[in-house]
Design a protein around this ligand. Structure first.
Ligand code: 8X3
Length: 248
């Protein structure tokens, strides 16, 4: 695959919905050729048609899928590590090992695989940029969330380590750490239980996927010498992972 024009190429993982889909649209609006990767490639293809981008199937938990994806993307200026998520919300004493394993695979090893695969192209671009969507769960612990906060802390450490290791290389590194964003995130966390998912955002106005996408575009469109290290964004009604104000 080659870039269909002289637009710089941006890769967005987890691009079939939520923050990933909104970011793909926003980056296209900012002049990027966006390669959308996700397991649900049919949804990516619909968005790709809309924004003149490209859809490629991607499961970041599968090394072979990542290799095939990377082989289809010879040029890359911007990588947005957005794929990931949470499964479950229970005390450590009741932790489900399979859920923890998936969270590690999707958030940590998925990011590792994408970075390793696309780093040569990002360096070769002469002006590369890695944006990793972590979470406020990468900044603080919260009750019942150790599987997810542990994975997000590890993902953030991977990302932040690159900031030192890549010094002298033409690659910027931005971490985006959102709090409550109303997407499929909670539906996935609660295995499709819509009532539990809705309850997370009850009585307050959460961030939208577009709110997060706009911050990513802001970071990605600064001049090349400007590295936005970390953006933390939360709804006005949220002070921390465990403390929010809700209208009854
Ligand atoms: C999502 C935010 O607070 O549910 O990453 O962990 S939180």
């Amino acid at each position: 695959m080659t870039s269909p024009s002289d637009r710089p190429t941006a890769v967005v993982t987890g691009a079939s919905s939520g923050i990933g889909a909104a970011t793909a649209r926003a980056l296209a609006g900012a002049g990027f050729h966006v390669v959308l990767g996700a397991r649900r490639v049919d949804r990516c293809a619909e968005i790709a048609r809309e924004i003149d981008g490209t859809a490629v199937r991607l499961d970041v938990t599968d090394p072979e899928s990542v290799s095939a994806f990377v082989a289809a993307v010879p040029e890359c200026r911007l990588l947005v590590n957005n794929a990931g998520g949470a499964k479950g919300l229970e005390p450590v004493a009741d932790a489900d090992e399979d859920a923890w394993r998936w969270m590690w695979e999707a958030n940590v090893l998925g990011t590792l695989r994408m970075v390793k695969g696309l780093l040569p192209a990002l360096v070769a671009s002469g002006d590369g940029h890695i944006v990793t969507v972590t979470s406020i769960a990468a900044l603080e612990p919260y009750d019942n969330g150790a599987g997810y906060t542990g994975a997000k802390h590890a993902q953030a450490m991977l990302h932040r380590t690159l900031r030192g290791e890549l010094l002298g290389q033409p690659v910027r590194l931005t971490e985006i750490a959102p709090g409550m964003v109303e997407t499929e995130f909670s539906l996935v966390r609660f295995a499709g239980d819509a009532e539990k998912a809705d309850n997370v955002y009850r009585g307050l106005t959460p961030l939208t996927a577009e709110d997060v996408a706009e911050t990513i575009v802001f970071a990605a469109t600064r001049p090349s010498h400007v590295n936005i290290d970390l953006i933390v964004l939360k709804p006005r009604a949220q002070a921390s992972a465990m403390r929010a104000y809700r209208e009854e």
